[in-house]
Design a protein around this ligand. Structure first.
Ligand code: FES
Length: 275
């Protein structure tokens, strides 16, 4: 028995898709920060995606993905009413959420969807959440209304200035850190350069900074070593030790190299799939 897609919506046509999947057992246990491993077809590759939302009563989870390679292109051929062969989860350690005061949640790209779930968790814990979301342009911003529905302070940055601050999320973040009395934590989820830049901004302010690593994963349960990363000089596995880590301790240079290691094979695979 597969996992039925109850809803499919192209958030950014041809680029980013949201799916609501029937997965009652996962929805019961899922917490912000958890991810699932999905397989679109019998012989397909398993890929990790952070849970962007869950509804325990309806027994559903929401995922958001960027159509970037063969597997996500294959996923994108599935329609409403269609099924995933496997959805395994919830996996990974959930986000550590406690009542701590002001938390700034920064999201970029599809990371905004995952950040939205974490921001919701912090609001439910009684924290004041300031959300910062960024994209190249206004039409590439995700989850604005969802975030605004529970978070009164949503700041926006776009590269072209079509919405909010013209520039980067890090400039908005720096301004907040300079003006707010006390920020307990900064959480950043998005492209690696964005998370790295966020850590550079928060370091001089000595603010706890949590990032969610999007390492390549194969099994997602700590057996294969594909997702290994270096944090604080130690080799850790993003799937079981993370995916969230202290951003000031992450070796981002190594992460970047490891993320690109199968680029050629990915391109070949995509070429074959497109034929
Ligand atoms: Fe295999 Fe993490 S994905 S050890």
């Amino acid at each position: 028995m597969g996992y039925t897609i109850l809803k499919k919506e192209e958030l950014i046509p041809g680029q980013t898709t949201m799916m609501v999947i029937e997965a009652p057992q996962i929805a019961t246990k899922a917490k912000p920060g958890n991810f699932v491993m999905l397989r679109a077809s019998e012989h397909g590759e398993r890929i990790p995606l952070t849970i962007a939302d869950c509804d325990r009563e309806k027994g559903t989870i929401t995922i958001v993905y960027l159509v970037v390679g063969k597997t996500t292109a294959e996923m994108n051929t599935l329609k409403e009413g269609g099924e995933f062969v496997d959805v395994c989860g919830p996996l990974g350690r959930p986000t550590h959420i406690e009542k701590s005061g002001t938390v700034v949640c920064v999201g970029g790209g599809t990371g905004i969807a995952a950040m939205h779930h974490i921001a919701k968790g912090h609001v439910e814990a009684g924290n004041r959440v300031i959300a910062i979301i960024g994209a190249r342009s206004k039409n590439l911003l995700l989850f604005c209304s969802e975030l605004s529905s529970f978070c009164p302070e949503v700041r926006i940055a776009t590269d072209d200035g079509s919405e909010g601050h013209k520039g980067f999320v890090t400039e908005v973040l720096k301004d907040i850190l300079e003006t707010e009395d006390e920020v307990a934590e900064v959480v950043a989820i998005g492209p690696v350069p964005m998370m790295e830049a966020v850590c550079r901004v928060t370091l001089p302010f000595n603010v706890k900074t949590t990032v969610s690593l999007n390492s390549i994963m194969v099994d997602g349960i700590g057996m294969c070593g594909a997702c290994r990363c270096t944090v604080g000089g130690k080799t850790l596995f993003a799937c079981v030790d993370g995916p969230e880590f202290d951003g000031h301790q992450v070796d981002f240079a190594e992460l970047r190299t490891r993320l690109w290691q199968f680029k050629k094979q990915e391109e070949e695979s995509m070429e074959l799939f497109s034929k």
